[in-house]
Design a protein around this ligand. Structure first.
Ligand code: CTP
Ligand code: CA
Length: 225
């Protein structure tokens, strides 16, 4: 047992966790972003360290202190996040994509600040698709038996959307939570259902993000060989 009376059931396991939200720059002073704070990903990192894992935390634009005992890699854009995740995934037993990755980025980056021009309507912002990191990691499996966990925030038909997303992404577990104006983002609490590729469905009651993180690790340890 470890210092907190925990069984170090992730001892020796290498775990990669992405957290936070990507920012996609328009010009040197502006970006497209999202409301993710990184709290759930950091809770995953802290609890994994407490259970003995060697954790690489890939943090996209978070304003949180580095979790003790984790290696932290800081990134901004989806393309940078992809590079960092793929690099770290090569050695990992588990990859958890808790980051909110922008689906699109501006097609053009203006190297100078975009100025408004008197009497003229603004230009529309053209967007292009970002790579789907979770789908790529799931398809590639850098190591045999590597487990891949995704997260999904949904607003309607939460379970049906989650099931379809799990199949589309090809991951082993998908943590699905319902979001709304005042739900999930920036909150220390979370409520979710963890769906398994084996058809399992594991509800996690409303509670601290650490509790959800520990449930994820319970489900992961049960699936690691
Ligand atoms: N994800 C990713 N790369 C992307 C988009 C999402 O790796 N370009 C990951 C997220 O980190 C998360 C999971 O995929 O673990 C689900 O993200 P979500 O936005 O719910 O999925 P999408 O396929 O983008 O579907 P939607 O159209 O509902 O946004
Ligand atoms: Ca998305």
């Amino acid at each position: 047992r470890g210092p907190e009376g925990l069984v170090p059931d992730l001892a020796g396991r290498r775990i990669v966790i992405s957290a936070g939200g990507t920012r996609e720059p328009l010009d040197p002073v502006r970006y497209l972003g999202n409301r993710s704070t990184g709290l759930q990903g950091y809770a995953l990192a802290r609890t994994a360290v407490a259970r003995g894992a060697r954790v690489t935390l890939i943090a996209a634009n978070t304003a949180l202190p580095d979790p003790a005992g984790a290696d932290v890699v800081r990134v901004q854009t989806a393309v940078q996040l992809r590079e960092a995740v793929l690099k770290a995934a090569g050695e990992a037993d588990v990859v958890v994509m808790a980051a909110a990755v922008a689906d699109f980025r501006p097609a053009v980056y203006a190297t100078g600040k975009i100025k408004k021009r008197d009497g003229r309507e603004p230009d529309a912002v053209a967007l292009v698709r970002n790579p789907d990191i979770l789908a790529e990691v799931s398809a590639e499996r850098a190591r045999p038996g590597q487990l891949v966990v995704g997260f999904a925030a949904e607003t309607d038909d939460v379970l049906a959307n989650g099931r379809a997303k799990l199949a589309r992404k090809g991951c082993d577990l998908l943590v699905v939570n319902e979001v709304g104006e005042d739900k999930t983002f920036g909150s220390a609490q979370n409520e979710a259902v963890v769906l398994g590729a084996d058809g399992s469905e594991h509800p996690v009651p409303y509670g601290p993000k650490e509790a959800l993180a520990d449930t994820v690790w319970d489900l992961v340890t049960a699936r690691l060989d």
